[in-house]
Design a protein around this ligand. Structure first.
Ligand code: PEP
Ligand code: MG
Length: 585
């Protein structure tokens, strides 16, 4: 039996299945006599206190094991427990409705989860799992029950559950749990983040798996590709094991590359940046051996919440990143709201063509106060490290001039007020639209660097929605139309003396990375997970050879022809482990 799901945490795990039953937390609505109301409220407070103690200890444990950054997840849980609105609403509810604490509390938490459920923002929706995790913990204390126990785990096992909360993943014993599989959850869930941090392979969103497996079945889990196989034949199991060993070996080789630079055999150095969006990923950037952060997507500050982040809050966050990375540079991409990243509290409503709509720099320039606040925060953070800034979705010179104008106003204000900042903060521009490609020479006059967002550039060049699953097989960054756009942008950037980078997904595949090197790019930025492989690829080729292939690719008439070229020439130049486990081109 084979299942596929979301590859939530990399690694391969094999072992007997241990089903973690869904916790029965049915709550009954029981009247509370007037005389017992105070006692019920006391019970509720005691449950909150006990939950707080648990979470404090989980937090300490994770901080010790993985560092402060990972422990932040539990701060969010503690904040929920300590939210005065929660205590007020539940205590008032108990008094007013004369209902048991568990009933009133469940009602309140369901309301919080329901609000998150209606959001279109995946990140925010994933936060429902955190709400549920906290809810379960408090309810358990209210009912007087024990937490779900993994004490029955006598041997190393693959855990299969409907869901596992982040506080449960934090407590999994690494020696005993070789992998876990859940029916819900995604890559951005906190459970997935903790699993990755703790090195426990995980596959999530495997629909219906609980119905199909029983204790004692044997499971093989591939957290690299998101596959689970139940009771594989011995040959297949051996294949998983061999693959697990190869990948471990690969991981060892890649770790050794650690802090080496990405330099080709003939001496061309490429800057390798990491793309991140969460503060707690900064440690991954350092760990993966990146030269810095090539793309910090700041819109998640606006999305993972229900109100605007203040200047100070943003400043503290950006400053933390800049300090942690120093002397490595970080490029903050200013808010790229709109498109698929809609914050309804900012008045963004449904648009007929959201990707062609009120997005990125267009939205920012029409919200000068919001934009200025962010720019001030970034400038202030620049006093604490090597900070750069760039603007998304630019399609005209006026937009870039307008945004830069706001930057100089902010810099002057800060100067006058004596607020520390870097007056020479480098400002760049993202090239994500065909108009930016054809204005690359113009934009390069105003910007210190160009960073090509190939995800959007592909969608706009091919006029294909990047999220439309019916078009997924046609959405093709390797289309010669896209490659020629890249080449033109790189040439124009260089002619103006600017460096040119690429921070879309294509930068993270070792094979395409070599092609991009051949097209003349100076920097590649990608997820920290992909970076070591791209580094290994760059270090195993000659720039000259990549350039020759780049020229050939530009002459290809179709994406298929480019792929054939990559398969025939680039794949053969790379160490086999870089090619073996990647999806075919
Ligand atoms: C891109 O468009 O390639 C890019 C890096 O930005 P995002 O994926 O955030 O739109
Ligand atoms: Mg983009």
């Amino acid at each position: 039996m084979k299942f596929s799901g979301i590859a939530a945490a990399p690694g391969i795990g094999l072992g007997p299945i241990f089903r973690l039953e869904r916790e029965e937390l049915a709550v009954r609505d029981t009247p509370v006599a007037e005389a017992a109301v105070d006692r019920e409220i006391e019970r509720f407070r005691a449950a909150l206190d006990a939950s707080r103690r648990d979470l404090d200890s989980i937090r300490r444990r994770i901080a010790g094991e993985l560092g402060e950054q990972h422990a932040l997840i539990y701060d969010a849980h503690l904040m929920m427990i300590d939210d005065p609105e929660l205590s007020r609403a539940v205590e008032e509810g108990i008094r007013r409705e004369r209902k048991n604490a568990a009933w009133v509390f469940r009602g309140y938490m369901s309301g919080v989860a329901a609000r998150l459920d209606t959001t279109e923002d995946e990140y925010l929706r994933e936060r429902q799992a955190d709400v549920l995790d906290v809810e379960r913990r408090v309810l358990r204390y209210l009912r007087g029950g024990e937490p779900r126990l993994l004490a029955d785990l006598r041997e190393a096992a693959v855990i299969v559950a409907h869901e596992l909360g982040p506080s449960e993943v934090a407590l999994l014993q690494r020696g005993r749990v070789v992998a876990f599989v859940t029916e819900v959850g995604g890559r951005t869930s906190h459970s997935a983040i903790v699993a990755r941090g703790r090195g426990i392979p995980a596959v999530m969103s495997v629909r219906g798996v609980m119905q199909q497996v029983k204790n004692g079945d044997f499971g093989a889990v591939d957290g690299y590709v998101g596959q689970v196989e139940i009771n594989p034949d011995p040959e297949t199991a051996a294949h998983y094991r061999a693959r697990g060993e190869l990948l471990q070996e690969e991981a060892r080789v890649l770790r050794e590359l650690g802090h080496e630079r990405a330099v080709t055999l003939d001496g061309r150095v490429i800057e390798l940046g990491a793309n991140i969006e969460l503060l707690n990923e900064v440690d991954d950037v350092v760990a993966c051996g990146a030269d810095g952060v090539g793309l910090f997507r700041t819109e998640f500050f606006y999305l993972g919440r229900l109100e605007l982040p203040s200047e100070d809050e943003q400043y503290e966050a950006y400053r933390g990143v800049a300090e942690r990375l120093n002397p490595r540079p970080v490029i903050f991409r200013t808010m790229d709201l709109g498109g698929d990243k809609v914050a309804s509290y900012l008045g963004m409503t449904h648009e007929t063509n959201p990707f062609l709509g009120w997005r990125g720099i267009r939205f920012a320039l029409q919200h000068p106060e919001l934009f200025r606040t962010q720019i001030r925060a970034i400038y202030r953070a620049s006093a604490h490290g090597r900070v750069r800034m760039m603007f998304p979705m630019v399609s005209s010179e006026e937009e870039l001039i307008g945004a830069k104008h706001m930057c100089s106003e902010v810099a002057t204000e800060l100067e006058r007020a004596g607020v520390p900042h870097d007056p020479d903060l480098e400002i760049g521009v993202m090239v994500e639209t065909p108009s930016a490609v054809w204005l690359a020479d113009v934009l390069a006059r105003h910007a210190k660097f160009l960073s090509i967002g190939s995800n959007d550039l592909t969608q706009y060049t091919l006029a294909m929605d990047r999220d439309n699953e019916r078009l997924a097989h046609l959405y093709e960054p390797l289309s010669p139309a896209v490659l020629r756009s890249l080449r033109h942008t790189i040439e124009q950037g260089h002619a103006a003396g600017r460096w040119v980078g690429i921070c879309g997904e294509m930068a993270g595949d070792p094979r395409t990375a070599v092609l991009l090197l051949g097209l003349g790019v100076d920097e590649l930025s990608m997820s920290p997970f992909d970076l070591p492989r791209v580094k290994a690829a760059i270090r195993s080729v000659r720039c000259e050879a990549a350039q020759a292939l780049g020229l050939q690719a530009l002459q290809c008439s179709s994406a298929q022809a480019v792929k054939d070229l990559l398969r025939e020439h680039i794949e053969t130049m790379l160490p086999s482990f870089l090619v073996a486990k990647r999806s075919p081109l």
